[in-house]
Design a protein around this ligand. Structure first.
Ligand code: ZN
Length: 198
């Protein structure tokens, strides 16, 4: 049976969420980090916590595709630390879900956390290439990562007025962008499932 749910509904992680380590919790080394979630079709659709992945595996809602070297221990069983899991039931993800959701982190991820004017990786902000005051839209094609000094220098001017042009023409990112948003560093074991990973 198919169901239409946003990627969040299968257990994505907000950047502020931290794994809990209560009494009896597994060592942080085994439970920290993220797990790549594949759809039944092997298409990457999400990133979740190890805890969430274990729940999906124990409930037989997912199968283990790639395991880590670490093991997770509980009172009754030992489980390989999941690295990549695959949902048993196909989840329909709207094709354009990522297009509608423009967030700062998604813009930074698309632009490799790099100022598109000078290449700096610190003090990042988002800049409207064509300023809003000059009719520029808040679309993927008009928003780039910019360090604060470049953003101030450009101010309310058009790129040609300021002599500042983005290094890469901004475009709508591929659907896998949310994986880079959720996990700035991509584990090697995920790469074969991410067609666009660089
Ligand atoms: Zn800059």
């Amino acid at each position: 049976m198919e169901s239409t749910v946003p990627p969040e509904a299968v257990g994505s992680v907000s950047p502020s969420e931290h794994p809990r380590h209560g009494p009896g919790a597994s060592p942080a080394t085994a439970t920290s980090g993220r797990v790549l979630v594949l759809n039944a079709t092997y298409e990457p659709i999400n990133v979740c916590t190890v805890r969430r992945a274990v729940v999906l595996l124990l409930k037989a809602k997912a199968e283990l595709i790639e395991r880590g070297r670490m093991e997770l221990h509980s009172e009754s069983s030992t489980l390989a630390r999941p690295v990549v899991i695959r949902l048993i039931t196909y989840v329909r993800v709207p094709r354009d879900a990522h297009r509608r959701k423009i967030t700062r982190r998604a813009v930074f991820a698309r632009d490799s956390w790099t100022c598109q004017y000078c290449g700096s990786r610190s003090n990042l902000t988002v800049d409207h290439v064509i300023p809003r005051s000059k009719g520029g839209s808040s679309s993927w094609e008009n928003i780039v990562a910019s360090c604060a000094p470049c953003n101030r220098r450009k101010g309310d001017r058009l790129p040609r007025q300021a002599g500042m042009h983005p290094r890469r023409a901004p475009r709508t990112p591929r659907a896998e962008i949310f994986i880079h948003v959720a996990s700035p560093t991509i584990p090697a074991a995920w790469l074969q499932y991410l067609p666009t990973a660089a």
